[in-house]
Design a protein around this ligand. Structure first.
Ligand code: EPU
Length: 421
């Protein structure tokens, strides 16, 4: 397994281009299963999760061509089978996103049930409940979800809890259903909005985009010719590099960023003492060599503070002035990074879903273990601020969601090196 060796203490400074959003690219690639015509997707990030999604689509018989700029031409005209096997779903929970499109277009899907994961149990009951309300016959047997429906029927769905991939699965399924579907208490995350815009370009009829009530008038086919769609920039990658600058007292300009999707994160960074300037597609952050002030954050669905930025703010608080209280309300077990940061000298106390962080004068480098994607990013951030060398193990987690992280951080002046297994 590859490792990252980081020597901390460099004040980061420079410019970077933000990549396409992982969590928009995954549902949009799954949504190409709905289309009878080839589609072209641009600004796709170069990530392990994208490779897994393409492998999954390829196993079903989807044809695709990837060019050197990560433009992907996908042709789902013919599909040989409607199955998502265990060995792929096991490595990427987002594989569940093929369930809605397969069922809607082919009347059948067989998708391995995702298991638990490092950040919590993460059930898919809301996805399944919604599809059965739309008329699907759903059985769970031998670890697989078997779903069948001649044609899904539009209906009113009130989601019991805000779920991002749950909303996306039901939204995709509803585009080809007969009649109108209403999804209430829908997730409003920008990635859900990006998917909805893509579906409308494909010929779907979705209203209420960006709100918590989506109205979808089902159509017979999605067959727009010559569609090219650009994936939105990654707001979590943007937030992570902003913290890389903030935690080292540095300065960064991020280009191809979507400032309008980052309000809660930018507010907290300003509160931490960062000088932030934004344009339509760029952000600069300058700490002027200062140490950040500790901030308190509470995670919740968009537009509130994102759970995917919680670990990175924990790292920031670890070296900040004062005490910051982090409250995680979305996932039940998303503090795996805390123990590793404690090994670097952080003073963080966990009390159920709260992390009380008292900033220390300095962290010291240590061998640490990545446990999930955002936890790994937070350890890299802590390492950038620490004295001495940190070896981050199991960085396959980071390769799932950060496009060329060591190259981008080196570009900002970090001393970081990948050590191949
Ligand atoms: N939940 C249920 N039942 C369901 C679905 C969800 O109880 O049927 C619960 C979950 O267990 C969790 C909460 O609802 O406690 C919210 O989970 P959600 O379904 O919104 O999460 P997700 O769709 O599985 C996506 C992102 C995650 C991100 C969350 C929250 C993708 C591919 N994944 O996951 O991204 O943390 O939304 O914003 O979009 C990451 O990129 O590192 C990542 C984990």
């Amino acid at each position: 397994m590859d490792k990252l060796l980081i020597t901390g203490g460099q004040r980061l400074s420079g410019e970077l281009r933000i990549s396409g959003a992982k969590n928009a690219a995954l549902p949009i690639l799954a949504a190409t299963l709905l289309s009878e015509k080839p589609v072209s997707i641009g600004n796709v990030p170069h990530l392990h999760d994208i490779t897994t999604t393409l492998e999954l689509l390829g196993r079903m018989g989807v044809q695709f061509v990837v060019d050197e700029k990560m433009n992907i031409e996908v042709d789902s005209g013919t599909i040989a089978n409607c199955e998502a096997p265990y060995e792929l779903v096991r490595t990427m929970r987002a594989s569940i996103l093929v369930l809605g499109p397969l069922l809607a277009r082919f009347g059948e899907a067989r998708v391995s049930l995702p298991g638990g994961c490092a950040i919590g149990t993460r059930p898919v009951d809301i996805h399944l409940d919604g599809l059965s309300k739309m008329g699907a016959d759903i059985r769970v047997e031998g670890g697989f979800i078997h779903a069948r429906a001649k044609r899904l029927k539009g209906c009113r769905l009130v989601l019991e809890q805000v779920t991002v991939t749950g909303t996306e699965n039901l939204l995709m399924a509803a585009t080809l259903a007969s009649g109108t579907t209403y999804i209430e208490n829908a997730a409003k995350e920008p990635e859900v909005t990006d998917l909805a815009h893509f579906l409308n370009k494909l010929g779907a009829r979705i209203k209420g985009i960006g709100t918590d009530i989506l109205e979808i008038e089902g159509v017979e086919k999605l067959d727009t010719e010559n569609l090219h769609y650009q994936i939105m920039p990654d707001r979590i990658e943007t937030g992570t590099y902003l913290i890389a600058a903030a935690i080292t007292g540095g300065r960064v300009k991020l280009k191809n960023a979507r400032t309008d999707t980052l309000d809660a994160v930018l507010d907290k960074l300003s509160e931490a003492g960062a000088d932030i300037t934004t344009g339509t597609d760029w952000i600069t952050l300058d700490m002027h060599g200062r140490k950040p002030k500790a901030v308190s954050v509470r995670t919740a669905p968009y537009p509130a503070f994102p759970t995917d930025m919680q670990a990175q703010f924990t790292a920031l608080n670890a070296i900040a002035e004062g005490v910051g209280i982090i409250t995680e309300t979305v996932f039940e077990n998303r503090y795996m990074h805390v123990q590793e940061m404690q090994r670097m000298g952080a003073n963080i106390r966990l009390e159920s879903n709260t992390a009380i962080c008292t900033g220390v004068a300095r962290l010291t480098g240590a061998p640490v273990m990545a446990t999930d994607l955002r936890a790994s990013a937070s350890l890299v951030l802590a390492a950038l601020a620490a004295e001495g060398q940190t070896l981050v193990d199991r960085i396959y987690h980071i390769d799932r969601g950060y496009d060329h992280i060591e190259e981008k951080l080196s570009q900002l002046g970090a001393t970081i090196r990948r050590i191949p297994r």
